[in-house]
Design a protein around this ligand. Structure first.
Ligand code: BEZ
Ligand code: FE
Length: 312
């Protein structure tokens, strides 16, 4: 027997990768082969000890045990490792031609309550009033009449309605709007606040052990869709929020940050149906046509070549 396929430290990645050579499905073969190479390179890079390997197995086991119908600790792990954002970004490249996407997060409701343009989604009337408006257009500036605009956000204490069922009315700070003939939408709300992602499980322990905080900067979530166009799942971030430069899930993109200035004008407040003063947030969105080819990957910026994780 040839020793060609026997396991050794030097040839471990090649041997394991070769074990997948007969995988009938080409994409599965590609993924597992690449995974074998990257995982083995990682273990060699850090010279993983048996104790560390055991800790990792226990960590992943606890991550599984923490997950249930309403809590997905593995997605949270993917979020704080930046994998969710990377997958999102790779699969929704814009090349600067349309509104950038960001993570969906766990607090979206499959059926948001339908609202009329101008409605107040702050059902409990608590918070700093804010008029939110924008226009949905296609790549050539054509208005997308009738586009659906699904919105959800936290209250001024940084909680979604589903996190405070005994405090907030169901459907608070959520709404499904239909843009008018000019692609415009507008509604009344309150300024959202930054908040921590769930940090009472293994992912929270990872953040604590690495000196990272669990917070996300203040944002409103949007899913905007129109027939014949690519839907976009995104946020608009409040420009004066803390944590814009250290989002726990890496969701911030420069193009999605907006000022939320105060307006002190009783006539405009009366027109908007809000108390004076109030804040305003404008967020225009551009969707790509469904038949448009997604832009190619951006060339990678020059990186330092090899970064070995040397203990300090
Ligand atoms: C959110 O923005 O709702 C969110 C995203 C990722 C993890 C937790 C929350
Ligand atoms: Fe959120």
């Amino acid at each position: 027997m040839s020793n060609g396929q026997l396991f050794s430290e030097e040839r471990s990645a090649e041997v394991v990768a070769a074990s997948f050579d007969k995988t009938p499905e080409p994409r599965l073969r590609q993924i597992l082969t690449s995974l074998a190479h990257h995982l083995h390179a990682f273990v060699k890079d850090v010279e993983l000890t048996e104790e560390e390997w055991g800790f990792a197995i226990d960590f992943l086991t606890r991550t599984g045990h923490m997950s249930n119908d309403v809590r997905q600790e593995f997605i949270l792990l993917s979020d704080v490792l930046g994998i969710s954002m990377l997958v999102e970004t790779i699969n929704h490249r814009t090349g600067g031609t349309s509104t950038e996407s960001t993570v969906l997060g766990p607090f979206h409701m499959v059926e948001s309550p339908e609202r009329q343009l101008g409605d107040d989604i702050a059902l409990d009337g608590k918070g700093t009033p804010c008029l939110v408006s924008g226009r949905v257009t296609g790549p050539d500036g054509e208005p997308l009449a009738g586009a659906s605009v699904d919105v959800w956000q936290t209250n001024e204490d940084g909680f979604y309605d589903v996190q405070q069922p005994d405090i907030q009315p169901a459907g608070n700070l959520r709404g499904l709007f239909t843009a008018d003939a000019d692609g415009r939408f507008w509604f009344r709300s309150v300024v959202p606040r930054y908040y921590p992602i769930p940090d009472d499980g293994p992912v929270g322990q990872l953040l604590a052990a690495t000196g990272r905080h669990p917070n996300r900067p203040a944002h409103l979530h949007f899913i905007v869709a129109a027939p014949g166009y690519r839907p976009v799942t995104t946020h608009v971030f409040v420009a004066d929020s803390p944590y814009l430069d250290s989002d726990a899930v890496f969701g911030v993109k420069e193009s999605l940050i907006r000022d939320v200035p105060e307006v002190d004008d009783p006539a405009r407040a009366a027109e908007a149906g809000l108390p004076n003063p109030f804040r305003t947030l404008t967020f225009d969105l551009t969707l790509l046509r469904a038949d448009q080819a997604p832009p190619a990957a951006q060339p990678a910026q020059a990186q330092p070549t090899v970064v070995r994780g040397a203990p300090s």
